[in-house]
Write a protein that binds this ligand. Structure first.
Ligand code: NAD
Ligand code: TYD
Length: 359
């Protein structure tokens, strides 16, 4: 039985990955979820798997090498899927230090712990071990020519403290591959959307604001382009790379679904009006009048777009969910999980929101 150590499994993509893996492999795998439960980590995301015998949760901080080494000493880990990170660009602009600590130093702690547990005395590694570092397309910077795409060979050019910290952690992983022949892969994925995403990110923030009648803050001219991928398709790619990817390789993941931010906001409003029943109280709040252009994000990247050719040709990856279906599924999930929304948008979130959007 393969044992996965998932870091950051209580966050958005990590929790979707855990659900994806149990749906696919059932009792044939074991998953240990290691998460510090920062503001972005939410055990509620994993309620339905919490009772499984082949699932366990350990509250630990990836910056703490004693805690992480102990987990490796007590468990025979076969695969590490490393999601844990500070992940929000706006927060990184306000407080870059924590991004360096978690994303760079935390990744170093994870690499050292895995290497110490997996390396044989002759420098080879125990059979079947693999570390997958989950990263982002933002490390490549911003595209200006509309015909350009991010390839695995595109030079790194990060602009925000978030993307700079992710780029640094990617470099560290690459250096372990080159220096120690460490068994790792890196995936660089485009923007994800789907259930359990924290409403500081564009799509859930806009859904929440529309439903509660709050202004929908569009940065700058609203024409920045992101390449949106349904989260389950990202999870499918991660599963393929960790189990079939060539050792040491990087794979870009994205579904060729580029959209301007303002189009996303309009689609959300139109979809809410299409789905919400006439007598649903929340419907009366939803209106295009909520759209408000606000000051642009500092250093705002103009366009991201992934070329997924390598993962498609080498591993046969294809996205399963078209954007029109994925966004409907996502909006329905948020409508049906109002309690989840209410829980995550109380307390600290309100303080963050007021400070960030000055309301
Ligand atoms: P998220 O912010 O929703 O979740 C991050 C998780 O990491 C949380 O559960 C948090 O508690 C945990 N965490 C943070 N600091 C920790 C620490 N010091 N020790 C242990 N756990 C800690 O993030 P996400 O959107 O799910 O992103 C997951 C990963 O995927 C990140 O590495 C991110 O860079 C990458 N990524 C995200 C996207 C996207 O669109 N969201 C796209 C590409 C890549
Ligand atoms: P976000 O979800 O923060 O992802 P990222 O910055 O990692 O791509 O933002 C997606 C896009 O939406 C980005 O161009 C910034 C923009 N945006 C807004 O216009 N308003 C908002 O309130 C937020 C959170 C983002």
């Amino acid at each position: 039985m393969i044992t996965y150590l998932v870091t950051g499994g209580a966050g958005f993509i990590g929790s979707n990955f855990i659900h994806y893996m149990f749906e696919k492999y059932g009792d044939d795998i074991r998953i240990i979820n290691v998460d510090a439960l920062t503001y972005a980590g939410n055990p509620e995301n994993l309620k339905s798997v919490a009772g499984r015998e082949n699932y366990s949760f350990i509250k630990a901080d990836i910056r703490n090498s004693d805690e992480i080494n102990k987990i490796f000493a007590e468990n025979d880990i076969d695969r590490v899927v490393h999601f844990a990170a500070e992940s929000h660009v706006d927060r990184s602009i306000k407080n870059p230090g924590i991004f360096v600590e978690t994303n760079v130093l935390g990744t170093c702690v994870m690499l050292n712990a895995a290497r110490a547990a997996w390396e044989n005395e002759d420098g080879s590694y125990k059979e079947g071990k693999k570390f997958l570092h989950v990263s982002t397309d933002e490390v490549y910077g911003s595209l200006s020519d509309p015909k350009d795409y991010f390839y695995e060979t595109t030079p790194y050019s990060p602009h925000s403290p978030y993307s700079a910290s992710k780029a640094s952690s990617d470099m560290l992983v690459k250096s372990y591959v080159d220096t120690y022949h460490f068994p790792a892969n890196i995936t660089n994925c485009s923007n994800n959307y789907g259930p359990y995403q924290f409403p500081e990110k564009l799509i859930p923030l806009m859904i929440n604001n529309a439903l509660t009648g709050k202004k929908m803050p569009v940065y700058g001219d609203g024409k920045n382009v992101r390449d949106w991928l349904y989260v389950a398709d990202h999870c499918k790619g991660i599963d393929m790379v960790i189990n079939k990817g060539r050792m040491g390789e990087t794979y870009n993941i994205g579904g060729h679904n580029e959209k301007q931010n303002i189009d996303i906001v309009n689609i959300i409003i139109d979809t809410l009006l299409e789905i919400l029943p006439e007598d649903d109280e929340r419907r009366k709040n939803v209106s295009k009048e909520l759209i408000t252009y606000v000051e642009d994000r500092k250093g705002h990247d103009r366009r991201y777009a992934i070329a997924p050719d390598k993962i498609k040709s080498e591993l046969g990856w294809e996205p399963d969910t078209k954007f029109e279906d994925g966004i409907k599924k996502t909006i329905k999930w948020y409508l049906e999980n109002e309690e989840w929304f209410k829980n995550v948008t109380s307390g600290d979130y309100l303080k963050y929101y007021e400070k960030m959007y000055k309301v």
